[in-house]
Design a protein around this ligand. Structure first.
Ligand code: PLP
Length: 356
């Protein structure tokens, strides 16, 4: 993603603030950046101050630190299913047990099932992606977000909310964060500028609520602090209004790319294929005809240079065998069109050869 003004700001910061850029920072990170992030919180409906924010090296680190802060090895964490595969890696590296709660491809986690789980067994935390989840693209309604906070409060269980895609709504208002409904500090909110600006900047943040000290301590233990130059350049970019202009552009661009991918799947895949219609983000969850094996399809697609994410990646019990996730985060091109034609043919061959 080419962002000239941000690149220039990075150069400016390195030239004019060399002492700051080359010193150790400490958690919670740059005060200037935390102030800018706090000012923008209203877009997602939460009202926090700079003091409530901990800068992290991307959302992934924010999630890792947040889960680490509220669990100990052997604990159970309830997750939406299917779930972002990196969350599964975090749970397994921390020795945690994942409890899969079914998630609707449009509205997210099933709250009746979650309520039953919270009542029937010890659950140390809940973790999910609230808006335009990966891999399904689901987005929880405000009513569901409010109800979820009520369930968490009743059970006194924290939630690690990953909202890395919330800003990428294609049209209309950005959806609220679950954090917006949290008055008791039970939600540890995690996000970053990886999806909207640049994954290479490695700048994200956590709003850990009542677990702020634990998250700051873990951040210090894990890597001291996030690199200073990207934090300062980003703060200046946010304050200049450049970031908002950029986000408006990428929203429309991602919307077009998603529409092109949906259209291609509808034209090239067998008629019994089902797919989600996300209103934001850049992942598309596709249910292939029954019996088509996504792992087997992955191998053939890979040999043709086509990248797909097979469904079993998104579940600790390796379900979703006839599902794939397509990434729509790249500009549509003739190559993508050709690849979708090939992928559709590979799926159709499996249906034709007794795959059903
Ligand atoms: C749901 C989700 N959370 C977090 C990340 C990683 O974010 P970051 O690059 O800021 O660590 C991704 C990247 O794909 C993601 O899909």
């Amino acid at each position: 993603m080419a962002i000239g003004p941000l690149n220039r700001l990075l150069g400016h910061v390195l030239r004019h603030q060399p002492a700051a850029c080359h010193s150790y920072d400490a958690p919670p990170g740059s005060a200037a950046l935390r102030r800018s992030i706090a000012r923008r919180g209203g877009d997602a409906g939460y009202d926090v101050s700079a003091d409530d924010i901990v800068i992290t090296s991307g959302a992934k680190e924010a999630v890792y630190l947040s889960i680490g802060a509220v669990t100990k090895a052997g604990d159970t964490v309830a997750i939406e299913s299917p779930a972002y595969y990196a969350l599964l890696e975090v749970l397994s590296s921390l020795g945690l047990r994942a409890l899969e709660i079914a998630s609707h491809p449009r509205h997210g986690i099933n709250l009746d099932d979650l309520a039953r789980a919270l009542e029937s067994q010890p659950v140390a935390a809940v973790a999910l992606v609230s808006n335009f989840s990966n891999p399904t693209g689901s987005c929880m309604t405000d009513a569901a977000k409010r109800r979820l906070v009520g369930l968490l409060e009743a059970a006194d269980v924290p939630l690690v909310e990953d909202d890395v895609y919330g800003d990428l709504v294609y049209e209309g208002r950005r959806p609220s964060a679950i954090k917006a409904f949290d008055s008791r500090g039970l939600v540890l909110y995690c996000s970053s500028y990886s999806k909207t600006l640049s994954p290479g900047l490695r700048v994200g943040w956590a709003i850990p609520g009542r677990y702020q000290n634990e998250v700051e301590l873990l951040k210090l233990v894990v890597n001291q602090a996030t690199a200073v130059a990207p934090q300062l350049a980003l703060a200046a970019f946010l304050d200049s209004g450049g970031c908002d202009r950029h986000i408006r552009k990428v929203r429309a661009m991602y919307g077009d790319q998603m529409a092109s991918m949906i259209d291609a799947v509808e034209r090239h895949f067998p008629a019994s294929t089902r797919l989600t219609r996300p209103q934001g983000g850049h992942v598309l969850w596709v249910q292939l005809p029954a019996g088509v094996d996504a792992m087997d399809l992955y191998d053939d697609a890979d040999r043709s240079g086509i990248r797909i994410a097979p469904g079993p990646m998104f579940s600790p019990s390796h379900g979703y065998r006839n599902f794939i996730r397509l990434n729509t985060g790249f500009p549509w091109s003739e190559t993508t069109e050709r690849q979708m034609t090939t992928l559709g043919r590979l799926v159709a061959e499996r249906v034709g050869s007794g795959g059903v």
